[in-house]
Ligand binder design. Structure first.
Ligand code: PRX
Length: 637
C-alpha cells in the first residue's frame, strides 16, 4: 500500500503544514480521497467553536471497517494484520491475516446482530488484551453499533457509572484476564456492576482463563456458542453498515477536573482520516513494518494506534496481552526480537520502570530490527529519553514524543520520525492541520517564541471531540468556554526560542499517574465514601516511576487504632470504587485543610507540601486558618 499523504522530508513537512493552514479543506479533502467512501461527502468542513458544532466530510457515507479490512483483501489478504503475543511466553502466539481478521469480524458482527444489537446501540467492551477485543471493537463498527471500551483495571462501580451514562444494553467481556502473574476475574466484576444496571439485555462472555463464572439465564451467553450458531446459519458475510461521516463511532470515558468521567465521542469519517494520517506520518510507517504499541486498547492510544490507524493503513499491529516486567523485565525486548518489531510505541512510565532494572535485561537481546521509537501519555524526562535512545534505540532510532489526548483522537504535536528534528522532552512541532496557540490566563494569544502559556488549538482537525455523550453543554464548558473561539487542552506548554513545543503538564485538577488521567475530584469522592472520613483533598506529587503519585490529605473522625491500617483501608476503598490505578500512594491524616474564607481548598499549598517544599508556600494571607498549614507540614508522610 502506498500513502500519497506521507511527508518524507522537512521540506515536504513545511509545504504540507503551510497548505493545511492556508487551505485546510483542500488539504484534508486530498487525504480523505485516499479512503474508501460509499458516497463522497458534500462539504469538507462546517464548524463553529461556540456550539461547539464541528462537521467533517458532511454527507459522506462510509464504514471504517471497509477501510480497515475489506480494501486490503485483494492486495494484503494474506499479510498479517494482527500478531497476538499471549501473557505467557510459553503459550502459542497467533497471527491473523487480513483475510482471517475480516472473517472473524464478520462472524462476531453477526453474533452481535443475532443478539439484538442494532446500529446506534451502545456496546460496552470489558476484556483483557486478547485479539477478540480488537475483533469486538471492529464488529461493532461493522454494524454501526457504538462501542465503549472500558479498561480492564476499572472497578464494578466505575463500570456501572459508564454503563448508565451510555445506557449500554450490551456487554462483551471475558471470564478472566491474564496480566503478568495475575488472573483478573472480569466476568465477576461485570456481575457486580450489573446489579445496578438492570437495563443490560445481553452479556457475551469469551473464554480465556477458565476461571469459574456464573452465567445468568436469559442474559449471559458464551462467545464460542454464539459463533457456532452463526456458523451453522451458513452465510458468513456481514455487509458493512452505511454510516454517515458524522455518526458516532465510539464513546471513550476519560477523567476531567470535576465530577464523573465524561464520554468523549468520536465520529466515523474524521477519526478514520486523522488516525491514519497521523499514524503513517508520525511513525513514518513503511509497508511490512511490524508496529508494536504497548498501550491497552481500553485507552485512546490503543483505539487509535493498535486498532484503527494501523489497520486502515494496512499495517501489521502487535497486540501484547501481558505486562513489561513479567516473567522478567526483558519481556518487551524479547517480543521485539521474536517478531522483528520495527516501531515500538510505549509510555514514559514503562521506560522508567524498565530503567530501574538496569541494562542487563536489555543487553540480552539484539533489538536490531527497531527503526522508530515513540512515547505517549505524559511528559518524558530527559534521563528516560536518553536511556531509551541509547539502550533501546542504540542511538540510531528517532524517538517521537507524541502529545495528544483522548479528546483529540490522534497525535497533535510530535516530531515525524527521521523527518523533523527531535529534542529530548519536547513534543516539538504540530502535525500538518494542527494550529496550536499559547494563551495567558486572560486568553490573550502569546505571540512569538520563548513563551509559556496554556495550550489551545484554534482550528478544528478531523478527529476533534464532537461532544460528550448525553451532555453537549458539558463538552462546551469543559473545552470551548474557557477561551472562547478555541479548544482548550488543559495543558500548560512552553514554545522555545526555536518554536518547539514542550508540554509542561496539566494546569487543571487532573493528575497523570503512569500516563493515566485521574481527576482529583473523583479520588476525593471515593475517599469520602470511607466510613470515618469527613473531608479530603488530593494532589499529585513527583514520583520516580509513575510520573505523578497521588497524595491524599484526609480529615478522619473515627477512632483509628492503627493509622497504617486505616490508610490501607482508605486506599482499598478507592481501589474498589474507581480501580487500582487510582489508589493513593500516600495518605496523611490532617486536622483541617487550608481553605480560603469562601471555603475553597488552596491546593497550591497542599501540592507544595506534598512535593516536600516547606518554606516557600506562597501567599497564605487569604487563608481562614493559617495555623493549619503548620500542622500539615509537621505530619507530612
Ligand atoms: O497532559 C497531557 C498528557 O496526557 C493528557 C491526555 O491524557 P489522555 O487523554 O489519557 O491521553 C493519553 C494518550 C494520548 C494530556 O492532556 N500527555 C499525553 N501525551 C503527552 C502528554 N504530556 C506530555 N507529553 C506527551 N507526549
Amino acid at each position: 500500500m502506498s500513502y500519497p499523504f506521507q511527508v518524507r522530508t522537512r521540506e515536504e513537512y513545511d509545504a504540507a503544514y503551510k497548505k493545511s493552514v492556508e487551505d485546510p479543506e483542500g488539504f484534508w479533502a486530498d487525504v480523505a480521497d485516499t479512503f474508501v467512501w460509499k458516497k463522497r461527502w458534500d462539504k469538507t468542513l462546517e464548524w463553529n467553536f461556540t456550539g461547539p458544532d464541528v462537521k467533517w466530510f458532511a454527507g459522506g457515507k462510509l464504514n471504517i471497517t471497509e477501510n480497515c479490512l475489506d480494501r486490503h483483501l485483494a492486495t494484503r489478504g494474506n499479510e498479517p494484520a494482527i500478531i497476538w503475543e499471549p501473557n505467557d511466553p510459553e503459550e502459542h502466539h497467533h497471527i491473523f491475516t487480513y483475510k482471517a481478521l475480516h472473517h472473524k469480524v464478520m462472524q462476531f458482527a453477526n453474533v452481535l446482530k443475532n443478539n439484538g444489537v442494532k446500529k446506534g446501540d451502545r456496546v460496552c467492551i470489558y476484556m483483557g488484551m486478547v485479539p477478540e477485543l480488537a475483533i469486538a471493537v471492529l464488529a461493532c463498527a461493522r454494524i454501526g453499533a457504538i462501542h465503549s471500551v472500558i479498561f480492564g483495571g476499572f472497578s464494578a462501580q466505575s463500570i456501572a457509572d459508564r454503563l448508565q451514562d451510555a445506557q449500554a444494553e450490551y456487554v462483551v467481556t471475558c471470564d478472566g484476564a491474564y496480566r503478568g502473574n495475575k488472573d483478573i476475574p472480569l466476568k465477576s466484576v461485570i456481575d457486580d456492576a450489573l446489579v445496578q444496571c438492570r437495563f443490560v439485555k445481553r452479556v457475551v462472555v469469551l473464554t480465556r482463563t477458565r476461571i469459574p463464572v456464573s452465567m445468568l439465564k436469559g442474559r449471559d451467553v458464551w462467545w464460542e456458542d454464539e459463533i457456532k450458531k452463526v456458523e451453522t446459519m451458513g452465510n458468513p458475510d456481514c455487509p458493512a453498515e452505511e454510516m454517515d461521516a458524522e455518526d458516532p463511532l465510539f464513546i471513550l470515558y476519560t477523567s476531567g477536573s470535576t465530577g464523573k468521567p465524561k464520554g468523549v465521542v468520536h465520529t466515523c469519517g474524521g477519526y478514520m482520516v486523522y488516525t491514519t494520517y497521523s499514524f503513517v506520518n508520525v511513525f513514518q510507517y513503511k509497508p511490512d513494518d511490524i508496529h508494536f504499541c504497548t498501550a491497552d486498547i481500553g485507552w485512546i492510544t490503543g483505539h487509535s494506534y493498535i486498532v484503527y490507524g494501523p489497520l486502515c493503513a494496512g499495517a501489521t499491529s502487535l497486540i501484547f496481552e501481558g505486562v513489561p516486567t513479567w516473567p522478567d523485565a526483558g519481556r518487551f525486548w524479547s517480543i521485539v526480537d521474536k517478531y522483528k518489531v520495527n516501531i515500538l510505541y510505549t509510555a514514559p512510565t514503562a521506560i522508567r520502570s524498565l530503567m530501574s532494572f538496569g541494562t542487563g535485561p536489555v543487553n540480552a537481546h539484539s533489538l536490531e530490527s527497531l527503526r522508530v521509537l515513540g512515547t505517549v501519555g505524559e511528559p518524558i524526562n530527559e534521563e528516560a529519553w536518553h536511556w531509551y535512545d541509547e539502550h533501546i534505540g542504540k542511538g540510531r532510532c528517532p524517538i517521537v514524543d507524541t502529545w495528544w489526548q483522548t479528546e483529540t483522537g490522534g497525535t497533535m504535536i510530535s516530531n515525524l520520525a527521521g523527518v523533523t528534528p527531535s529534542k529530548p522532552s519536547y513534543a516539538t512541532l504540530p502535525l500538518p492541520g494542527i494550529q496550536p496557540v499559547l494563551v495567558d490566563e486572560q486568553g490573550n494569544e502569546l505571540q512569538g517564541n520563548g513563551v509559556t502559556g496554556n495550550l489551545c488549538i484554534k482550528f478544528p482537525w478531523p478527529s476533534i471531540i464532537r461532544t460528550t455523550w448525553g451532555d453537549h453543554e458539558r463538552c462546551r464548558t469543559n473545552y470551548f468556554a474557557t477561551y472562547p473561539g478555541m479548544y482548550f487542552t488543559g495543558d500548560g506548554c512552553l514554545r522555545d526560542e526555536e518554536g518547539f513545543y514542550r508540554i509542561t503538564g496539566r494546569v487543571d485538577d487532573v493528575l497523570n499517574v503512569s500516563g493515566h488521567r485521574i481527576g482529583t475530584a473523583e479520588v476525593e469522592n471515593a475517599i469520602n465514601m470511607h466510613a470515618g472520613v469527613i473531608e479530603s483533598a488530593v494532589v499529585g506529587y513527583p514520583h520516580d516511576i509513575k510520573g505523578q503519585g497521588i497524595y491524599a490529605y484526609v480529615i478522619y473522625d473515627g477512632t483509628h487504632h492503627d493509622p497504617a491500617l486505616t490508610r490501607q483501608d482508605i486506599a482499598q476503598t478507592v481501589g474498589r470504587i474507581i480501580g487500582p490505578i487510582a489508589r493513593p500512594d500516600k495518605v496523611q491524616f490532617v486536622p483541617g485543610l487550608p481553605k480560603t474564607r469562601s471555603g475553597k481548598i488552596m491546593r497550591r499549598i497542599l501540592r507544595k507540601i506534598a512535593e516536600g517544599e516547606t518554606e516557600n508556600l506562597g501567599d497564605t494571607s487569604t487563608l481562614l486558618d493559617p495555623g493549619v498549614v503548620e500542622e500539615i507540614k509537621k505530619g507530612k508522610v
